[in-house]
Structure formats: C-alpha cells, structure tokens
Unconditional design. Structure first.
Lengths: 156, 618
C-alpha cells in the first residue's frame, strides 16, 4: 500500500522540528536551510503551514530532466533524484509548479523530498500530528470522518 | 561538543568585527549562554563601570543545545550590566534568532565600545559587517524589521532590534526578536541603544552537523525521550499549549497571591476576564476569540506562545489598521502587570498595550508595574493631571493604560517619566516606599506574602525582582517536583537555592526553563552529555549551576551590592495580606535570609567567601 504525506496546517505550531529532522536524516545536519520540507509563517493571520513535494503522478520535474536523473521509486511512489546522474542543470526547479525541488549549492545537485525511503523523519518529529503519513488512496479519510461524525449527531 | 567554538567580537568604537576561538576551559565550567556569557562579562569589564557608558559590554550568547532538535533548543540570552539595577543582567529569549546564530556558526557575539553613529550588525555565516542604521534609527522594532528584510531581500533573515523607547533612554527597554519574542527584562535594550546599535540581523545556512555532537546516536535517543516526557506531562503537554502561561491567572488568584493595584491587594476581582480561559471566549464586539492560535519557538514541542488579535472596533485600534492583524498575545506576566496590577480587566486594552510593548521593545512587567505605582501616586495626589498633561491616571482606567503605553513606547511626554521605572519614578515624586521593586527591578506576578518562597527568591535574585531565577511557585503551588506549603518559611532557603542552581544550568544550555515543569535534571543531563564533550552528569550540571549563581553574585558584590540590597519593599514586610489564605501574613524574608546565606557559604553581609569561591573554582 502506498502512503502519502498529509499536512494539516491548522495543527502546526511553527516549531520547525520537521525541518530539523529532515535535514538531519538526509544531510546529517540540524539546518532548516537544508530541509526538504518548509514551514511558512503567515504572521498577520497567525497561521503556519508546512509544505513539501506532493510526489505528482505525472511529475513535471521528472518529465523535464534531460538526463533522466529523477526516477519513480515503485515501493514508495516518491520521485527520487539520482545524485550520480544529476548534472545540476536546474531545469526541474523551473518545471516544478510548486517550488518543492531546489538546487543545493554545496553539492551541485538538486534536492527534493523522497519520503525518506518510506519512513519520513518529519512525521516522527512533528509533535502535533500536523504531518502524518497515511494511505495514499484515502487522504480524505479524516475529513470524511468529520462529516460522518456530524451525520450521527441527530441533525442529519 | 555542541559549541561552534566561534566568538564574534564587535568593537563598535573601532567599527571592527573579528573572530576568536571560544574559551573551552570556561565552556567546561560555565556551559554556555547565561553562564558562559556571564563569565566573559565578569572577566572583561569592571562591574563598577557605567551601565550606559562605552565600558559596559553587551553579549548575545547561545547554549550548546541551541540550534539542535532538543525540544526548546532555540534560546539565547543577552548578558550585560543593567541600567535598571546596576547589577548583572541576563535576559533570555526564544523565537528563532538564537538558533540562526548557531546556523551561521557562532556561539556568542560580544559588543564592546560605542559607535559614533547609529549602526546595525549584519551576519551572514562567517561574514559579519557593521552597516549604517540611518534608515531605521527612530523607527519602531516592527518598522525596522520590515525595512531590514526589504533591504536585504531575505525573508529568512532573523532580526533582534530595539525600538524608540530604548533610543529615548527608557530604562527597561527590551531587545525584540522575530517581532514578538523578547530579551525582556532589566533594560538590556537600553544598553544596546546606548551603544548606537539598532539591530542585529542573522542568516546562517551552515547548520549544526552530526559531527559537532559528542554522540549523535545518544543525542537523538535522549532528545526523543525528552520530547515524550514533555508530551505526556499535564502542564507541558496540555496546560501550556492550550492556555499558555495564562493557565496561571485563575490559579494564582484563587490562592490569594495575585498582586493587585500596586500590590495593595492579593486578589483581583477581574482576573477571570483577563485569564487564559477568557482569551478563548468569543468577544462581544466581533464574536471572535482573542486567541488565534498557540505558537512555538524554534524546536519547541510545548508551544505555549499566544497569537492574538484585537477587536477592530475597539477604541484602542479604531482607524489603526497596523494593529488589526494577529501578533504576540498576552502571557501571564504581561496580563498581570498590565491588568491586575493596574486594576484593568479589559482584554482588548491589555492586548493592545502588549502589542505596543512588542512594537517598541519595552518590558511589559516593568512597564505595567510602573504604571501601577504611578496610579497609586495619582490617587494620593503626588502625581496630578498637570504632570500627565490632563490624563486621569486612575486604577482601572483602560484609557489611561492605552495612553501610557503609547507615550512610553514612543518616549514622549510623561512617557519619559514612566520609562524611568517604578523606583526612580517613586523617588522623583517623593514616594519611594510605593515602588514595588528589588534592586530597582519591578516584581512579577506572585505576591510573596501568599507564596513565601518567592519573597526570598525575589530578594536574592541577581537581576532584581524576578520569577525566573527560582520559580518556587512550581513547588509551593503546583507541587512540582514536590508540594510544599506556600504559607510557611521553613525549608524555603534550601528550596530557593536548589531552584536557583538548577535554573542557572537550564538557562545556560539553550533549553527553555518551562521544560522543568516536566523535566528534572535526570532528563536534561543526558541530552547535554550526548551533545557536549566532558562530564555532564546530573551532579556536574548542578555544580555548574551553583558556580554560575555565585559568579553572578560576585559580579554584583563587586558592583557594590550588599545584603542591604537583598530586601523587599516595606509594604510586603509590614502590611499583612488583606484577604485570602495568607490574610494577615507578611513576607517572612528576615527569617529565611540568614539561613540562605549560610547554605550558600556566604557571609551574613551577603559576600561570597573565598572558601566558597575556591570550592567552586571561581
């Protein structure tokens, strides 16, 4: 069964534990600048929103790569960057509509979320379950459940 | 390790920025942040130097766990000599800039001298530059923050900045970072402005690598265990996220220890209207609650921060759209000082005053307590409408508080008097006994007649009256780590000493003291031990804490402070609490102080003895 990262911004407190866990897991460093998931603060609204790659089915980054350095991981559904193939041309960073694949000046390669190979570090680090890793075929389950709960209150 | 081992020295007189290696011998003795910063200050300056002169130093210091995944590992402290107390000051702040300093590769920044013209410091990894601050001098913290982000075209840059109050010499000015976090107390912002230093901007993308940790595997295990403890604890896992520190408003009021109307009373009839619970209730005006969400500082899994709004139709913000958005809301200390101590129970007005304290960088505790003293003097006739320019400065007047916040934040008119702080204001108007201060710093939100340990904690705090140096409320009211009777003095000398030593260590680690509602040293020491080289066992940590406390005390002794400065205002020593469980009781400070000196290994004049210094390696 494939799983997806599922983000509930209303539960996020902006602590950046996910960014720390991501950078440590993938780059061996506590460093939000090297995180593949980013938390955005909307100060005037008092809101926080984590954002990262949605692993598009028809991934434009993968389509755009001229050297086939981005490949589908069939076990997790993620689109992974092959570091030894990537030439750092950055075409994928232009192709991605969401800005979630970025160039790393230290390595000369691009970086994106690869779901940590099926065990995302951000999910384990999140203290409020704002980021969860759930059945990719039922990402709406939580919302369905909320509506279902309303249907049994007697108002329906 | 945990340390980057880099100190940035900024000589404002010469306009130079130089790197030097961190003194690792001192790091082993004083850990980081509060302890290590105090050691540098103590070694480098004469404690008798003028606080607002060029010979004072201003130190921004992180701890070894700052910038790591350890829960709450994002703190930094500002250490300097206080213009409010004349003693050592150490103000601790969360937000994100402390971690950013570590990401840029710095443990500490030491500012010395004084710039001839206004400047700000820009740090980008190893590159540090002093730049002219003409475009931001004279601006509020919020305006300066916006301008600096625009100039540097970097939304991820973190900024610490002082406001207009500090520029005008307000003696309890804070240094605001990330718009609404503050190194708040003792006038550290006043010192910064006195050096013509307006802001510090930091951007780092080097990070803290696994190689920089003594034992990365043990570090991930011990920090994960620590997070689990915080999540499962009723205070850190439920109370603080839901209600913030404002969870205390009703609790402290019920036990009759809520200082009210300049500490004349110990119970505030309006407390429930300004409590954490009230912040969740829909307002009559627009039907929205005051609280928008809770918020975390860097790496914090507790998330006690309050993000609030003011009703757009409220008199304080009509036609002022700059205050219509969400921003840092009331924490317990601010709600108390701006509310109970002034007798005001209008949540919107308190939130407005709190916004202004953040916007222009003033300590809401000292500000609220000073307004309370002014209100008592207004009632007594020592201050009149002639002094205030017509404003009726009466207890309970929301209009008066909003006005006071405006003129104080901007440093105009009577706001300059309020900016003197309670001690100097009361002296100026001939009523020194009405100042509710220790060493010139205003009290926080616990009446020491109803919580006896806090009387000793206030009197002996190295930075003047403060709840964060020995929070015996934890034991006396909340029962953490074990319940003691708040109305007795027996055993409180030992309790205060234990809290002071443990807190000194926590404040030097990069962690937040709020973790100690759930964590004991048994939870903290393994995290330090995994991050840092050397012995960071529980016993070693407690000894470092005790060493730090004595170092600070010695600084104050050398600055000229004696046991005479370890006192409380006559109101708390002579006037019995008027109501509640502590009715008729005064603070039992005189019973506790000699025992405390004895336990500390100090003389009865409050001097650290040579023997004690030798024992602690001072």
């Amino acid at each position: 069964m494939l799983r997806s990262l599922h983000i509930s911004p209303s539960k996020c407190t902006g602590c950046l534990q996910c960014e720390m866990a991501c950078s440590f897991e993938n780059e061996g460093v506590f460093n939000p600048s090297k995180s593949r998931i980013k938390v955005f603060t909307f100060h005037d609204e008092g809101r926080f929103a984590p954002y990262t790659c949605t692993q598009c089915a028809e991934a434009w980054c993968m389509q755009a790569c001229p050297v086939d350095a981005i490949v589908l991981n069939r076990e997790t559904g993620s689109k992974d960057v092959l570091n030894d193939v990537c030439v750092g041309c950055k075409v994928c960073t232009i192709a991605c509509p969401f800005g979630t694949i970025n160039y790393n000046t230290d390595t000369g390669k691009v970086v994106k979320c690869d779901l940590c190979g099926g065990d995302p570090a951000c999910v384990k680090a999140c203290p409020t379950e704002a980021i969860t890793y759930i059945d990719a075929d039922a990402t709406g389950l939580d919302r369905m459940r909320q509506w279902a709960a309303q249907s049994i209150t007697g108002n329906a | 390790m945990g340390w980057t081992r880099n100190v940035l020295r900024v000589n404002l007189t010469a306009g130079t920025c130089t790197r030097e290696p961190l003194n690792m011998e001192w790091a082993g003795q004083f850990l980081g942040q509060r302890g290590l910063g105090s050691k540098y200050l103590s070694e480098e300056m004469d404690p008798k130097a003028e606080a607002l002169g060029p010979d004072n130093k201003l130190i921004f210091a992180t701890g070894p766990l700052t910038g790591t995944i350890a829960a709450t590992g994002g703190r930094y402290s500002v250490i300097t000599k206080s213009p409010l107390t004349g003693g050592i000051a150490c103000s601790n702040s969360g937000g994100f800039i402390g971690a950013e300093m570590k990401m840029a590769g710095w443990d500490m920044v030491i500012f010395e001298g004084k710039s001839a013209t206004p400047v700000y410091l820009h740090i980008e990894n190893e590159t540090a530059t002093l730049l002219p601050a003409d475009v931001i001098w004279g601006k509020s913290c919020w305006d300066a923050d916006k301008t600096l982000h625009a100039i540097h075209q970097d939304p991820q840059m973190r900024i610490s900045v002082v406001g207009r109050a500090a520029e005008k010499g307000n003696l309890y000015s804070a240094i605001i970072n990330d718009l609404h976090r503050a190194a708040g107390r003792s006038g550290v912002g006043t010192v910064m402005a006195s050096k013509n230093l307006k802001a510090v901007c930091v951007r780092g993308n080097k990070g803290m690598s696994a190689d920089s940790l003594h034992d990365p595997v043990a570090f991930m295990t011990s920090t994960a265990a620590g997070k689990k403890v915080l999540a499962e604890n009723a205070v850190t896992g439920e109370g603080l996220p839901a209600l913030g520190t404002q969870v205390l408003m009703n609790v402290i009021n019920e036990v009759g220890a809520m200082p009210t109307r300049n500490m004349r009373e110990v119970h505030f009839e309006g407390a429930s209207k300004i409590s954490g619970e009230a912040m969740l209730e829909p307002r009559p005006g627009d039907g929205k609650p005051n609280l928008v969400t809770n918020a975390a500082c860097f790496s914090c899994t507790i998330a006690c921060g309050r993000i609030s709004t003011i009703d757009k139709g409220h008199f304080t913000v009509q036609n002022k759209p700059q205050y219509w958005g969400a921003s840092g809301g009331l924490e317990y200390e601010a709600a108390w000082a701006l509310g109970s101590d002034t007798g005001i129970s209008d949540l919107d007005t308190l939130t407005y005053a709190n916004f202004l304290c953040n916007e222009d960088g003033i300590d809401p505790i000292s500000f609220g307590a000073t307004v309370a003293a002014a209100m008592e003097m207004f009632q007594d006739g020592a201050i009149t409408t002639e002094h205030t320019g017509g404003m009726e400065l009466t207890f309970g007047s929301a209009e008066a508080l909003a006005w006071a916040a405006e003129v104080t934040a901007q440093g105009e008119g009577f706001g300059l008097d309020i900016g003197l702080g309670s001690k100097r204001l009361c002296e100026k108007y001939g009523r020194p006994e009405l100042s509710m201060t220790v060493k010139g710093q205003e009290f926080p939100a616990y009446d020491p007649r109803g919580i006896q340990g806090m009387g000793l904690a206030y009197a002996t705090s190295n930075r003047g009256a403060c709840h964060l140096r020995a929070y015996t409320v934890s034991s006396e009211i909340l029962g953490v780590p074990e319940k003691t009777d708040p109305l007795v003095t027996e055993g409180k000398a030992g309790l205060v000493k234990a809290f002071q030593d443990a807190t000194s260590l926590v404040d030097s680690s990069g962690l937040c003291v709020f973790t100690t509602f759930a964590w004991s040293m048994d939870d903290i020491a393994p995290q330090l031990n995994a991050a840092c080289e050397g012995d960071w066992s529980v016993d070693a940590c407690l000894e470092v804490g005790e060493r730090i406390w004595n170092l600070e005390r010695d600084f104050n002794n050398r600055a000229g402070m004696t046991s005479k400065d370890d006192s409380l205002p006559p109101r708390l020593l002579k006037e019995g609490a008027p109501s509640g469980p502590a009715k008729g009781k005064v603070s039992g400070l005189p019973e506790m102080l000699p025992e405390y000196y004895e336990l500390r290994g100090w003389t009865q004049d409050g001097e650290v003895t040579t023997q004690t210094k030798q024992r602690l390696g001072l």
